[in-house]
Design a protein around this ligand. Structure first.
Ligand code: GLU
Length: 430
């Protein structure tokens, strides 16, 4: 079974979406189940409604799944497994106060060494701990040997016991820490492969250590995806608009184009333009580059245009919320527009109020003739009649005509536009 484990703590980041897409593809390839696990253990950071938003986004991207589970529903399991580790002396109760720990942390900084837990409470037996009747956290004892694992993208990785340290698994309020809940749930749901961002790399040995301490010896494979950088080479953060899936969708990027781009990014693929379903046939985690990938909005625009070109006029019209017969007109504008938002603004400019600049007088003459005439099928006949009746020609004819019909100074050939616009032309010039 594979899983996508988002935290409902903010807008979905493209890095998370990439993780969801890769998990979905691999689950389909292996014919394994795929679940969404909402990691809602951090009550303070959870944002009401974000879980639904995540599921809606997955739906828009056609990422189907078998089940949705909430991590907080498993608290009783997390607590029971912590109790078992205490019983087995693999974990211990720690009474160190936040102030004690902060002092030790400061000391480590002064001595220019990495902070490690002192081990102070390790020898307190479970019975003695219970008798103290004071709040305590539960720490798992650090491993005796290095934790080694093979990452599908990064190769073999090794972490020493000191790097793992005796870390907290259960807080004083009895809630599990992220690493503990995650490690237990991956075990409970029989996860076979974990694909996630490389920001979790240092958590992996901790999670492996937790399961090993519980005697769970089934091996889980890992693939940690390199982070996505912005154009300045820094990690894409909330400050980069394009890091938000919602922003990209609002800007008029198609889900299929965003998915295409996220699969292409830092990857070796047999082609450049493809759908998510097509990628299932050839996607291979082994082709994903170890190096971090740079997000390029221009490349995404290029891919988006290619996907818009693949759509039928009717499909485009539906997405733009315009009459189906105007879909072909919108497609003409793919010469210069790359997103739904840009296409929509071209169409809106045709039907909206217009500015004529120095051609105000000519535009008014043409408008009155158009409102008065019988609209012919062919552009040539239309042009001929307009020219004859207005007496205008050359620049003083074509410039105001374009402005009158499109609301813009430049664009596709007027004769092409006319094919689609003729049925609306009286409305457009008004
Ligand atoms: N909840 C974590 C995140 O959103 C994912 C953890 C995981 O995939 O194991 O980054």
């Amino acid at each position: 079974m594979l899983r996508f484990a988002p935290s409902p703590t903010g807008d979905m980041h493209i890095g998370n979406l990439r993780v969801a897409i890769f998990n979905y593809i691999v689950a389909k390839q292996r014919n394994e189940r795929f679940i969404i696990r909402i990691e809602d253990t951090d009550k303070e950071r959870n944002i009401e409604g974000k879980d639904r938003e995540i599921l809606e986004i997955l739906e828009r991207f056609s990422i189907s799944y078998d089940d949705v589970v909430y991590q907080s529903a498993n608290f009783a399991f997390h607590q029971n497994f912590a109790a078992k580790l205490l019983q087995d002396h693999k974990a211990f109760a720690c009474f160190c106060t936040p102030e004690d720990l902060e002092k030790e942390r400061q000391k480590a900084i002064e001595q220019k060494r990495a902070y490690r837990y002192s081990g102070k409470c390790e020898e307190i037996g479970l019975e003695d701990a219970k008798k103290r009747n004071e709040p305590f956290v539960v720490r798992i004892k650090k491993p005796n040997e290095p934790i080694v694992f093979e990452d599908i993208i990064k190769g073999e990785l090794q972490f020493n016991p000191d790097e793992i340290d005796s870390f907290i698994i259960l807080r004083a309020d009895n809630t599990p820490t992220y690493n503990f809940a995650c490690a237990i749930d991956d075990m409970l749901y029989d996860i076979s492969l974990i694909i996630r961002g490389e920001d979790h790399l240092s958590n992996t040995p901790k999670q492996i250590h937790i399961r090993k301490s519980l005697g769970y010896d089934k091996e889980i494979s890992y693939a940690h995806l390199p982070i996505i950088l912005n154009k300045d080479g820094k990690k894409m953060s909330k400050r980069d608009n394009a890091s938000s899936v919602k922003w990209l969708l609002d800007e008029g990027f198609l889900p299929q184009a965003i998915a295409n781009y996220l699969i292409l990014l830092g990857n070796k693929t047999p082609k450049e333009i493809f759908t998510l379903q097509e990628a299932i046939a050839w996607f291979d985690l082994k082709n994903v580059s170890k190096a971090s990938a740079k997000f390029d909005l221009d490349k995404l625009r290029f891919i988006n245009r290619a996907h818009l070109q693949r759509l039928s006029p009717e499909e485009i019209a539906k997405l733009l919320n315009i009459h189906p017969s105007l879909g072909g007109l919108a497609k003409l504008y793919l010469e210069e527009a790359s997103t739904l938002k840009e296409l929509k603004s071209k169409i809106d400019a045709m039907f909206g109020t217009k500015e004529y600049g120095e051609f105000g007088e000519e535009a008014l003459i043409l408008k009155n003739i158009i409102l008065d005439m019988e609209i012919p099928e062919s552009f040539d006949a239309f042009k001929k009649e307009l020219m004859e009746r207005s007496g205008l020609k050359g620049k003083r004819f074509f410039k105001p005509l374009r402005l009158l019909l499109t609301g813009a100074q430049h664009g596709p050939e007027i004769s092409e536009i006319y094919k689609y616009l003729k049925d609306y032309i009286k409305k457009v010039v008004q």
